[in-house]
Every structure is written in C-alpha cells, then in structure tokens.
Design a protein around this ligand. Structure first.
Ligand SMILES: O=C(O)CCC(=O)C(=O)O
Length: 271
C-alpha cells in the first residue's frame, strides 16, 4: 500500500556520498539574509531582522525579503534562478524522486513534479557581542511549494515535529515527532503532513561534537539540512527579468554571492 504522506530512512546517505557532499559544502559561501527590504518593509508591528541561520539555495533562490514562494497568489517574482545541483546532489535527487514515486500516492504528486529547488539550512551557534548563542532551531511553518518535500540531514540529530496550531497565544500541539539522524532522508507530502500540519525543528543535539568547517563568519555549524522542493519552471526567472525595485533590494545579495560564485557573477553581468 502507498504511504499516507511520510517516509523516513535513517541511513539513506552512504559514507562516501556524505564525504563528497561535505567537500562540496566547504566550497560554498552561505549568506545571512534580512527578512525585509527597502521596497518590502516590515508590516506594522514587525521590525527588520536577520534570519536565525545562514542559508544557500540551489535551482532557484527564494529570498526572504520576497516572502518565498506562496501559491496560488505569491508565485511571480519570488524565485530567482540560481546555481544547478552539483553531480553528487543530482544523483541523490534522482534517487529521492524515484523513492517518492514508489511510496507516495500519485494523487499527492502534482503533474510535472520534480525536486528542482533546494534550500540548505545551516544550524549552530552564532557569535554576538563576544557571546556564543545557540540558534539551532526553526519555528513552525509550512513549505508552500506543491507536492512532496524531501529532507536530507547531516551532522548532529535534530528533533523535527509536525504540529497543529491551536490559535493565537496557545502553544501548538505536537502530532508526531521524528529524530532526524546524520545521513537520513525524510519525505513528507499529502494533505495531512504537507497541507494541514505545520512543522518545526525544536532543537539540535550537541552529543557527537559535529563541526563543519565552512565559510561562515562568527558561526559554528553542527548540522546541515537540505530540503528539496518543486517550483514550476515558469515561476523561476533570471535576475535580469525582475522589476527594478526588486533588483534594487536583491542587488546587495547578488553582489555578495557573485564574489565567490561564477554563476551569480554572470547573472549580474547579464543584467
Ligand atoms: O532542518 C530541517 O530538518 C527542516 C528545515 C525546514 O523546515 C525547512 O527548510 O522548511
């Protein structure tokens, strides 16, 4: 029988692929994004803030200040064409897509679905005013890209929870939780896990002493998570096709990325 929306394999990644991934990750320069921008200022009652963790996107980059991809209304000018997957990820993604088609019901897999988008989250401690602060968590949210999402984890274990919102001021109710191990693959989709419930990372352990040497200043990374998602190609546009006001907001990020990425250097040049 096809599953009802949740799949977990604690040992998806081989040692060799984990080392290949870590070697590739050490070439990246993740960035810190701000939640808002000049042309998309904070709404009343909110203030400008940095995301809790550095990130990197592949396939397309959904900048926080563009408010991510939120169909049906928020689909235009949300996804900036980004770097393709490196060969090791391309191969792993093919495997994840195959597993998804085998174990998920076809009604939960949209037409044209493929895992063409990846958000890489870096979890750890951040040095602020001379003190190390643990910021290894993600608040409850939904991923709005259509169809199943696949999540690959490296490093320390994280407790991942699906929760039901209980309304304003009341703590959410945990419906199901799963420890995400080093090298594990989780796939979730369907009405319950993807559309109805929220999910969050409550905390990341420190038991194994994992530490990833990466190009991120004032940050010690002990867990890395890749979430692979689907965005229809028609909603992914190159930077040059964005409206001038959004280009103004995104330019500082593109310039920072272009310092170490030939892809983004060329996107800026062709602008
Ligand atoms: O780090 C994780 O396991 C989950 C990340 C997540 O919730 C997300 O990228 O939307």
């Amino acid at each position: 029988m096809r599953n009802s929306g949740l799949y977990y394999d604690s040992a998806f990644l081989t040692k060799e692929d984990s080392l290949r991934l870590q070697s590739w990750l050490s070439s990246l320069h993740p960035i810190w994004e701000q939640r808002y921008s000049k042309n998309r200022p904070p709404p009343p009652g909110e203030s400008q803030r940095s995301l809790l963790r550095p990130v990197y996107w592949l396939g397309n980059w959904q900048f926080a200040c563009l408010d991510y991809y939120r169909p049906p209304k928020g689909v235009l000018h949300r996804c900036v064409k980004a770097e393709p997957y490196p060969p090791v990820l391309e191969r792993l993604v093919n495997k994840m897509e195959k597993i998804t088609r085998q174990v998920f019901r076809s009604k939960d897999i949209p037409v044209g679905w493929k895992l063409n988008t990846c958000l890489i989250n870096f979890y750890g401690s951040h040095e602020k005013d001379g003190k190390w602060v643990d910021v290894a968590r993600v608040g409850e949210h939904k991923d709005f890209e259509p169809g199943p999402v696949a999540s690959l984890s490296l490093g320390e274990r994280a407790i991942f929870q699906f929760v039901k919102s209980q309304g304003r001021g009341r703590p959410s109710q945990v419906v199901f939780q799963q420890w995400l191990d080093d090298g594990s693959l989780q796939i979730f989709g369907g009405e319950r896990y993807k559309n109805h419930l929220f999910h969050r990372v409550q905390r990341v352990e420190k038991k194994k002493g994992c530490y990833f040497p990466l190009h991120i200043n004032t940050f010690k990374t002990r867990r890395i998570n890749f979430t692979f998602r689907f965005v229809p190609e028609k909603h992914i546009l190159p930077f040059r096709d964005f409206p001038a006001v959004l280009k103004e907001d995104l330019s500082p990020y593109l310039k920072e990325l272009a310092k170490t990425s030939s892809f983004f250097a060329s996107e800026l040049k062709n602008n």
